[in-house]
Design a protein around this ligand. Structure first.
Ligand code: ADP
Ligand code: MG
Length: 277
């Protein structure tokens, strides 16, 4: 094999990332030798790889500055995918404000601003730098929502306040996966803030492949048209009460890709990687 690629992960003692094996097996099929490496391993010679693929550095949320420094350093000696500038912009959800596509209605409060937002039936309060719903709460209690927002802002975080969209418990969130700008597969995902109020039978449903609706595909393509040169992208969509699809998150940094749920997923990623090199 002539091409070597780093599969970038983190110190993952619990083995949360179960996509290493399918990804590396598919890379091998197209002649790419993959090596699993920790982004914060000081002993790694990044210049020794033809390409460095960011996959599961899932502790970046609490070490964002360090992570972005690492990304810029790696990019100065070899090819980084997705590129460092993409990672920098994508790791803070303020990017949602100026993407120019419909998003979940959001009230933004930055550090130093007064914590205030309209009255809603149920609130989701979450920081703009987060993953896996870290520090996100859902509550119908306005005082609780205000207090949580105030706490996050006091910690130096920008906060997003949104209406809780109940559809995540019925239709579920839809994630569309794109590799090299081409649609690969779409997944129905579980709600993360449903708690014990999830509808019966929905609580711990396995993610599953789904055919995206035409309006979801159209929105995802609009989103992608704004971001060229990506190896991987996950477009996470929900629906407003009126049924229209909106973007809840665009994952260009370290998305779980649901490769195990899609028969062609790993091969599609490998093809896109081979083309990018
Ligand atoms: N406004 C909302 N309504 C319903 N569920 C939400 C809302 N915001 C977040 N969630 C739930 O929390 C999860 C995580 O929120 P998200 O904005 O995707 O941040 P991250 O994945 O980066 O932590 C979503 O996948 C969804 O299940
Ligand atoms: Mg998310």
């Amino acid at each position: 094999m002539s091409v070597s690629a780093a599969y970038v992960t983190f110190a993952d003692p619990d083995g949360f990332d179960d996509e290493k094996e399918p990804a590396l097996a598919a890379w091998a099929e197209v002649g790419i030798a993959g090596h699993v490496v920790r982004w914060d391993d000081p002993g790694v010679d990044w210049a020794g790889f033809d390409v460095v693929v960011v996959r599961s550095p899932w502790d970046y949320v609490i070490r964002r500055g360090e992570f972005l420094d690492w990304a810029r350093r790696v990019e100065s000696v070899t090819r980084l995918l997705n590129p460092a500038a993409v990672l920098e912009r994508n790791t803070d959800k303020v990017y949602l404000r100026d993407l120019g596509v419909p998003i979940v209605p959001t009230y933004w409060v930055a550090p130093g601003e007064a914590v205030d937002f309209p009255i809603l039936d149920e609130y989701v309060v979450k920081p703009t730098v987060s993953s896996g719903a870290r520090d996100a709460i859902r509550t119908g209690d306005r005082e609780k929502a205000l207090a949580h927002a105030a706490q996050l802002v006091a910690d130096g975080q920008t906060v997003m306040i949104q209406p809780y969209l109940e559809m995540v418990e019925a239709e579920g969130e839809t994630s569309l996966l794109y590799f090299g700008g081409r649609f690969s597969h779409a997944i129905r995902r579980n709600p993360e803030l449903a708690g014990n109020t999830a509808m019966p039978g929905q609580e711990n449903r396995e993610p599953e492949l789904r055919d995206p609706d035409p309006d979801q595909l159209a929105l995802a393509e609009r989103v992608l048209a704004r971001c060229p040169d990506l190896l991987y992208a996950r477009v996470d969509l929900v629906r407003l009460p009126d049924g229209s699809p909106v973007l809840i998150e665009l994952e260009l940094t370290e998305p779980y890709l649901f490769l195990r749920y899609a028969p062609d997923g790993a091969a599609n990623l490998a093809c896109a990687l081979a083309k990018a090199i």
